[in-house]
Design a protein around this ligand. Sequence first.
Ligand code: XBP
Ligand code: MG
Length: 225
Amino acid sequence: MTGRLDALIFDVDGTLAETEEVHRQAFNQAFAEFGLPWVWDVPLYRRLLTVAGGRERIRAFAGPQGLPVDLDILHRRKAQIYTARVAAGEVALRPGVAALLAEARAGGLRLAIATTTSRANVVALLDAVGGQADGFELLVCGEDVAAKKPDPAVYHQVLERMGLPAAACLAIEDSPNGIMAARAAGLEVVATPSLFTTGNDFTGALAVLDGLAGVGVENLRTLRR
Ligand code: XBP
Ligand code: MG
């Protein structure tokens, strides 16, 4: 493994910020508005998060009996609820993320996002945290790929559009799906388990960190050597 590190590629939900509790509540509010007798409590949502993608998660939960409402309309309403709460300032970057991004920018490291969530959700978060998350030259989101994590498509697209080899990049993820996606794209990946993923199997990660507080670029370079 060379010591070359040109870019950091960040996952969003659970990695940049602890967003999943607001996602969970947004799902539940949308279900209630549509008269669906579903409530995803925390233990259930932890299990459902093994399915990447909110649409796919709803469809998997609904099961063979299917959905009594239009899935696209339901998921769009959920996204409206979620983005409104993010815009209201309910979600902050995880500890250490803003400082790492600032150091990366100052040091000329390139930054990109590789996420399963919807683009509108990412933009809402970046807008809400303002300059703390400046510098992402590329966002590849759920809508941009045919297959979501653990499929590597989102990471392949980031590498291709950045014109970088996997060996020059490091991914940062919070979930087994994300780690599998990054590894399948040939990327080394650092795991920072989140509230909803702690205790999962992070096999394949270069390192499993409690979070990014106090983690600098040099720490990541050292991990990569
Ligand atoms: C996490 C996901 C997303 C969110 C919900 O994405 O799997 O589905 O849980 O957002 P990542 P949507 O960790 O890759 O950022 O409802 O927009 O899918
Ligand atoms: Mg995640």
